[in-house]
Design a protein around this ligand. Structure first.
Ligand code: SAM
Ligand code: SF4
Length: 436
């Protein structure tokens, strides 16, 4: 087979995977390949997520669907956390898979593609200490809103979670590399950068912490907004909280997963924070930035979760009044301590708890959005809406705002928020902050 000319990358899961997918695309484009949307791409990369159940089964069924009507198939790379977890096993389970490449090894993708084109299958799930970044091309083009991975892996070992196993040890990328990548992104058109890491607020390099990195990025003239995610409650230090008070470019939004409102469950999860320490952190953050939007992650039905434990989760939801949240049923992950704990909760109870939790979370996000109506805020346009003349952008609190405007993608416009929808807001243009 000749070298593939076109590629398609399908990313599942978290923002880390979205970022990795973009970097793989840049890598393949730098080797002369072009992106293709359709089914007929010569190479398909499935950039998988392993965080919840049936991830591997789903990945194999996605692979199975890649065979074309005429019986031919593209070159297939299984990437991401399922690839890391399955390793060489993947090619035993599916003959269609040519390459298996883990999240720390994808800088080798072009070589692996060349080998696959020559008929040789390959597996690379090595975890070299973040050398992959040195082998990746410079960032060139960017949308108005860009992700920048500043930290890899995780050492927290929450008892339910596969991330420490699939993404390896927590390593902070060096400050100079991040600053250089941010400059490239801004030169390529980014006006907002979101710094990514599993415990991004624990990032440190050369004597700087995340607050120091944010302050440095805030000095870039053309960069207008800085965000970061995901933070761990135990790493929410005073310097970062202070940055929310005095760095205007740092957006008023904090994603701080609590997972449960019950201390015994948090202990069994090995979360190393309590409900009290979490609430104290939220209070400090709100003192520094009173209008901040707090979002969180929740797991219902962790082994041993009683009705009282679940009621405590509903209480913390009411206390924090989350502006946004992600909530999940506990999913036993093979090889994690919680998977073999006693007291696994039946699906029916998990379903019922999840429905109750999500209804409560929706009440708070709707109230938060309703509280924004009447305000005039800067909106960074990032998408075209479905209706004629409609554009969609992001408010400082990460809400989607629907506008009728002839402003283009990448423009920052002032909009008055006119009405709240369940997960977004409608607005009207006040004035163009900057002409296209
Ligand atoms: N590092 C982040 C943290 O600690 O919050 C996020 C990690 S994970 C990619 C995102 C979310 O997935 C977690 O916050 C948790 O709510 C959820 N999650 C992780 N493992 C899970 C599991 N086994 N079952 C259900 N939800 C899970
Ligand atoms: Fe998973 Fe916990 Fe690490 Fe987050 S902090 S990635 S939930 S082990």
């Amino acid at each position: 087979m000749t070298l593939p000319k076109t590629y398609r990358i399908k990313s599942f899961g978290c923002q880390m995977n979205v970022y990795d997918g973009e970097r793989m695309a840049e890598l393949l484009s730098a080797r002369g390949m072009t992106a293709a949307d359709g089914e007929d791409a010569d190479l398909v990369v499935l950039n998988t997520c392993h965080i919840r159940e049936k991830a591997a089964d789903k990945a194999y069924s996605d692979v199975g669907r890649l065979t074309r009507d005429d019986g031919s198939k593209p070159l297939v790379a299984l990437a991401g956390c399922v690839a890391q977890a399955e390793g060489a096993e993947a090619q035993k389970r599916s003959k269609l898979i040519d390459m298996v490449v883990g999240p720390q090894a994808y800088h080798r993708l072009p070589e692996m593609v060349a080998e696959a084109a020559a008929g040789r299958k390959s597996v690379d799930t090595d975890m070299p200490a973040i050398s992959k970044f040195d082998a990746l091309p410079r960032r060139k083009r960017s949308g108005p809103s860009a992700f920048l991975s500043v930290q890899e892996g995780c050492d927290k070992f929450c008892t339910y979670c596969v991330v420490p196993y699939t993404r390896g040890a927590e390593i902070s990328r060096p400050f100079a590399d991040i600053a250089a990548e941010a400059e490239q992104l801004v030169a390529g058109g980014a006006r907002e950068i979101t710094l990514l890491g599993q415990n991004v607020n624990a990032w440190e390099s050369d004597g700087r912490d995340l607050a120091g990195l944010i302050r440095h990025l805030a000095s870039f003239g053309e960069l207008e907004r800085i965000r970061y995610t995901t933070s761990h409650p135990v790493n929410m230090g005073d310097a970062l909280i202070q940055a929310h008070a005095d760095v205007p470019k740092l957006m008023p939004y904090l994603h701080l997963p609590v997972q449960s409102g019950s201390d015994p469950i948090l202990k069994a999860m090995n979360r190393s924070h309590t409900t009290l320490s979490y609430l104290e952190t939220i209070a400090k953050v709100r003192q520094a930035r009173p209008d901040i939007a707090i979002s969180g992650d929740f797991i219902v039905g962790f082994p041993g979760e009683s009705d009282e434990d679940f009621a405590a989760t509903l209480r913390i939801v009411d206390e924090v009044r989350y502006a946004a949240a992600f909530s999940f049923k506990y999913s036993p992950r093979p090889g994690t301590p919680a998977a073999s704990m006693e007291g696994q909760i039946p699906q029916g109870i998990m379903d019922e708890r999840l429905a109750r939790l999500q209804a409560r979370l929706a009440e708070h996000s709707t109230a938060f959005n309703a509280g924004c109506v009447g305000r005039t805020v800067p909106v960074l346009i990032d998408r075209v809406g479905r209706k004629p003349g409609q554009m969609i952008g992001k408010s400082p609190w990460l809400q989607s705002v629907f506008l009728s405007t002839d402003a283009g993608i990448g423009d920052m416009v002032d909009a008055r928020l006119t009405h709240a929808l369940p997960n977004s807001l409608g607005g009207e243009l006040v004035s163009m902050a900057e002409a296209a």
